[in-house]
Design a protein around this ligand. Structure first.
Ligand SMILES: NC(=O)c1ccc[n+]([C@@H]2O[C@H](COP(=O)([O-])OP(=O)(O)OC[C@H]3O[C@@H](n4cnc5c(N)ncnc54)[C@H](OP(=O)(O)O)[C@@H]3O)[C@@H](O)[C@H]2O)c1
Length: 236
């Protein structure tokens, strides 16, 4: 059976860059996302035989769980990367109920459920769970209270899961990127500042995943934080 990786949020930004790294490292990658037709991903998705795009809404929990079960039957799932995420920013009172629910479900509920569904096979395969949290999990995040809360939840989950799963041979890593140049800020009134020392690139976060996976078997990297040199944002 081929060794495989499951990556959520594989259609854009950090999840896409991680998918490229996993393919490069010899994994069959099952990448979940909605839109695989974007200019920046289209060619890779079309040309890479080891990348399998699973297009659909990740909040359709039953469908996603069925698909993951099928992948686990047909391949040796070695890596789960929870990278799908959404961010809505602004004063907390200005968020809609639907925005809050979407963030909680995408950023927190989904990684909890996918981990729950896959832990048994990941134990059998001495696998990895890599959660893409955020620097907002570690500090206060005014105008991002709910987003930061979902990421703090994910980080808390990862810390406890690391202790629970390590004795079964599963390696749990939480990555905390600071501002990264992706589509995440599409709905925000700010984005990354222009200077390249004020943001991370998605490929740099993916390099951290390569680092995690390249360690010798007895070494786990539970936590990585990545920050640009300067803290600056640009108003739209
Ligand atoms: N960019 C940053 O500054 C930054 C910093 C720290 C942490 N992060 C975290 O990094 C992760 C990746 O975000 P990104 O920055 O790469 O942003 P992005 O380019 O917007 O990517 C988000 C990904 O999540 C997918 N997604 C979201 N909701 C989905 C749903 N309901 N069904 C299917 N796919 C869904 C998107 O799919 P479609 O686009 O196809 O809909 C996309 O592939 C997120 O968890 C984010 O919170 C980002």
């Amino acid at each position: 059976m081929n060794k495989s990786g499951i990556v959520t949020g594989a259609s854009s930004g950090i999840g896409f860059a991680i998918s490229q790294v996993l393919c490069d490292m010899g994994y069959e990658v099952y990448g979940f996302g909605r839109d695989f037709e974007r200019e920046e991903t289209h060619e890779f998705v079309q040309k890479t035989e080891t990348f399998h795009a699973v297009a659909g809404d990740l909040l359709d929990t039953n469908k996603v769980c069925d698909k993951v079960k099928q992948i686990a039957k047909e391949t040796q799932v070695k890596v789960l990367v929870n990278a799908a995420g959404v961010g809505y920013y602004g004063l907390h009172e200005h968020l809609t109920v639907s925005q809050i629910q979407t963030m909680v479900r995408t950023n927190l509920e989904l990684p909890l459920i996918l981990t729950n569904r896959l832990l048994r096979v990941l134990k059998e395969n001495d696998g990895y769970i890599i959660n893409i949290s955020s620097i907002t999990a570690k500090q206060s995040s005014p105008h991002g209270c709910a987003y930061g809360a979902t990421k703090a939840g994910l980080t808390g989950f990862g810390m406890s899961l690391f202790e629970e799963a390590r004795k079964y041979g599963v390696k749990v890593t939480t990555i905390h990127p600071d501002m990264t140049q992706t589509n995440l800020y599409r709905d925000a009134d700010f984005t990354c500042a222009d200077e390249d020392n004020c943001y991370l690139n998605a490929s740099e976060v993916a390099d951290a995943v390569r680092y995690v996976l390249n360690q010798r078997d007895g070494l786990v990297v539970p936590d990585i934080t990545l920050r640009p040199q300067f803290h600056r944002i640009a108003k739209k």
